[in-house]
Write a protein that binds this ligand. Structure first.
Ligand code: FAD
Length: 377
């Protein structure tokens, strides 16, 4: 045996699983094909939105709360500034489906929020040019996660706790037997009691057939703009935002670098054949829609894309992650398939994956995340 637990992929979720596992055992080893937080992973592009007011399954709320605690713990443990606590705005047509479902989920979760009328928005956040029937919901606990800092901090903290890290070590195969799991990289092989697969958009090659049929790699692009007055778009004055107003939608983050504001079209994840060769350039149609939307939503931004990029993420057919052992008798644990929404809860997912993979305990209430939901169908 080379150890109790191996974590394959030290990206957004794998780095957190390694950190959490290092709190539970002195026998965890991480394997990363490149380097943690490398620029072509799903964590690329500086920031990810963290928010507790959302639409969707209320079961995520405790995981968001736990993640928020863990982000603060990671900051305290490493001295890194990881979550920029700037608040968040969800903006949309007052009687439209977006705001309706957001408030319905919030009624069930009890998340702290404040509804802002168009007039209140104009005085508090004049950066946003609202339509006549738009309102906003303010989320005081939202913020922008600094992805590269978060991942490198988690790996550093794990190493300080005694974890071993192998970078530039792509795992080619996983084979399990009654005695353990053998993983290989080129001519090298190792045997572990349990393995976590957290290789993001590259996970398919390490998955059983029944899961391959329910997953696909998608490309998500990002774009950035320069503010006419940078101070107006600083984290102190400009919360993260998601806006769905009629036919247009956009989300983004303040100028965490003091210069560029992330403002990007929402919900545009599109299938792409390979995680290693995601087309990075925006298409003419993407450029046109992005600049038109910024022109309408933000008079204070120069409507010219100064930076753009695109990254891969693994989506499942029901857009919920794959968290759990491949089968009831398996020693291989899946922590992948985060479907364009995983970073905000990466710390919480890491804790669940590490705790469950090490056999410490099972977390209740997450049947909808278990891989077996696809095995049964
Ligand atoms: C552009 C974009 C914007 C997004 N915005 C948000 C947002 O605002 N808020 C939010 O919560 N979520 C957001 N998401 C989703 C979130 O970022 C992803 O769900 C999350 O980062 C996925 O993490 P992961 O660990 O599965 O993958 P990754 O972070 O990509 O990590 C996988 C790692 O595994 C490594 N690896 C791959 N194969 C192997 C192998 N065989 N052996 C060893 N290592 C391997 C890779 O090199 C990589 O480092 C966004 C995603 C994208 C792409």
């Amino acid at each position: 045996m080379d150890g109790k637990l191996a974590v394959i992929g030290l990206g957004s979720i794998g780095s957190m699983a390694l950190w959490q596992a290092s709190r539970l055992t002195d026998s965890v080893v991480g394997f990363e094909a490149h380097s943690p937080a490398h620029g072509r992973s799903a964590a690329g592009g500086d920031t990810r939105l963290f928010r507790m007011i959302y639409r969707g399954n209320p079961a995520y709320y405790p995981l968001l709360e736990r993640s928020r605690e863990l982000w603060a713990e990671l900051e305290a443990e490493t001295g890194q500034d990881i979550l920029t606590r700037c608040g968040g705005l969800s903006i949309g047509t007052s009687d439209g489906p977006y705001i309706r479902s957001l408030l319905e989920t919030t009624r069930l979760t009890g998340g702290t929020h404040q509804i802002l009328s168009r007039e209140e928005m104009a005085s508090r956040y004049p950066q946003h040019n609202l339509r006549a029937d738009d309102i906003a919901v303010y989320d005081p606990k939202a913020g922008a996660l600094r992805t590269d800092r978060a991942i490198t901090a988690a790996v550093t903290a794990a190493e300080a706790n005694g974890a071993t890290v192998n970078t530039n070590t792509p795992i080619d195969s996983i084979t399990e037997s009654d005695d353990g799991v053998v993983i290989t990289s080129g001519a090298n092989s190792w045997t572990f009691e349990r393995v976590i697969v957290a290789s993001g958009a590259w996970s398919k090659q390490l998955m059983p057939e029944y899961l391959k049929a329910h997953t696909e790699t998608r490309r998500i692009f990002l774009s950035w703009f320069v503010a006419r007055d940078a101070e107006q778009f600083s984290p102190e004055k400009f919360p993260i935002f998601i806006r769905i107003s009629g036919d247009r939608s956009m989300y983004g983050a303040p100028a965490v670098d003091g210069v560029t504001v992330k403002a990007t079209l929402d919900g545009r994840g599109a299938p792409t054949p390979a995680a290693d060769s995601v087309p990075r350039d925006l298409t003419p149609a993407e450029i046109t829609e992005t600049t038109e939307t910024v022109s309408e939503f933000f008079p204070g931004l120069v409507p010219s894309i100064v930076r753009s990029d695109a990254f891969p993420d693994l989506f499942t057919s029901d857009s919920q992650p794959l968290m759990g052992f491949f089968s009831e008798s398996s020693r291989i644990y899946s922590a992948t398939g985060f479907s364009g929404a995983g970073f905000k809860m990466a710390a919480g997912y890491g804790e669940i994956a590490a705790t469950e993979a090490l056999g410490k305990r099972l977390f209740e209430g997450f049947d909808f995340l278990r891989p077996q939901r696809f095995q049964e169908s």
